[in-house]
Write a protein that binds this ligand. Structure first.
Ligand SMILES: *Cc1c(COP(=O)(O)O)cnc(C)c1O
Length: 367
């Protein structure tokens, strides 16, 4: 029987996942049989997780506090950043909602978010029994601050802003959203699952150092070039993590904050290794490359008469007719559409100029 093989990346254009960094691949394999869910038993991977969270905190404006020697796990940390390596952005977002719900005092809790918010918040709302209020965005697909403000009430536990939206790569006005949240006694969460490894090299105000936000999702397995599964959840205050901790009677460690129990040491080790290799210079080079390439690609599409949205972070959204989209899919281009039927090209590390030239050649042939 033929051995199954994964897809190659040479025609993958709409995914937010990419080829892991070689160091991440190697570390993941080395730590395959470890469980960061029980860091007292698996202390070595616990240490790597602490390191990964420290680097994520540095990326996200929480400063760099070297881990101290006595702590055995991220859950036991007594200095910021507080957080852990999740299974992905979905778990991080669910946990951010859970933490806010547990800390706030609301009988009928709700979460207010722009409609550009990732669908993981729909899952969070269902699982946690909170109401999700999604608010129409402005003409440029960003959170409309006035409309968000109008939707907040005394039962609001969390206001969400997106820093690098999944469809358009837009960054919401985070400082304004954080102020609105705090005025209402709610927490503010930033979802930078995709954008978090690009935004440090831009002028956007998006992180803990720019605004009084309380928590953030930032995923090494997207633009961080870690192996899947590696998401990230960060809190400004220890209370954010504490609100997630449950007692664990039969583990060596006595409490656990993660949503999953046994979790992937490969994901954690891969995240730590990728960030060691790439933060900050490698990520900066990749951001500059992707930004330049996205701008060039958008221009090439416009020259061909296509309607292309302004490019903010390296996602190019273009209006292609359905038959063209179908013909490209038939030629094995892995493309997807936004909610409104537009085609979305995410310029991830595996997306090269040569690849986009081949794509444009295919497009020219089809039209
Ligand atoms: C991808 C993404 C998520 C979900 O992350 P997963 O790792 O797929 O669970 C959440 N939020 C945003 C903004 C994303 O782009």
């Amino acid at each position: 029987m033929q051995r199954a093989a994964p897809q190659t990346f040479d025609r993958v254009l709409s995914s937010m996942c990419t080829e892991p960094h070689p160091a991440a691949r190697e570390a993941a394999e080395r730590f395959l049989a470890t469980n960061p869910g029980d860091p007292a038993t698996y202390a070595e991977i616990g240490d790597l997780e602490t390191r990964a969270v420290a680097t994520l905190g540095e990326l996200a404006g929480l400063g760099s506090a070297p881990p101290n020697e006595t702590e055995t796990s991220v859950a036991a940390r007594d200095a910021p950043p507080y957080g852990y390596v999740t299974s992905g952005g979905t778990e991080a977002n669910i946990q951010a909602v859970r933490s806010a719900r547990n800390r706030a005092d609301a009988d009928d809790p709700n979460v207010v978010a722009p409609e550009s918010v990732h669908f993981s918040f729909t899952k969070a709302a269902e699982v946690l029994g909170v109401e999700l209020r999604t608010i129409p965005t402005d003409d440029d697909h960003r959170a409309d601050v006035d409309a968000v403000g109008a939707a907040i009430d005394s039962e609001t536990v969390l206001v969400v802003g997106v820093a690098g939206s999944t469809e358009y790569g837009r960054v919401d006005p985070i400082p304004e959203l954080a102020d609105l949240a705090h005025d209402a006694g709610a927490y503010c969460h930033v979802d930078a699952a995709w954008g978090g490894f690009l935004l440090p090299f831009t002028d956007h105000e998006w992180h803990f150092g720019h605004a009084p936000i309380d928590s953030m999702t930032i995923d090494p397995h997207k633009c961080g070039r870690a192996v899947i599964p590696a998401g990230g959840l960060l809190f400004r205050e220890r209370a954010g993590m504490d609100a997630l901790a449950v007692d664990t009677p039969y583990l060596e460690s006595t409490s656990q904050a993660s949503l999953t129990g046994t979790r992937s040491g490969a994901g954690v080790a891969g995240a730590a290794a990728a960030m060691d290799a790439l933060w900050p210079d490698g990520y900066r080079r990749e951001y500059e490359r992707a930004d330049d390439l996205a701008g060039w690609f958008a221009d090439e599409l416009r020259k061909r008469g296509y309607d292309v949205a302004d490019v903010e972070l390296p996602i190019v959204v273009v209006d292609l007719e359905s038959p063209t989209f179908d013909a490209l899919r038939d030629r094995n281009w892995r493309l997807s559409r936004t909610g409104s039927g537009l085609v979305r090209v995410v310029v991830m590390p595996h997306v090269t100029r040569g690849m986009l030239r081949r794509f444009l050649a295919a497009l020219d042939e089809i039209r």
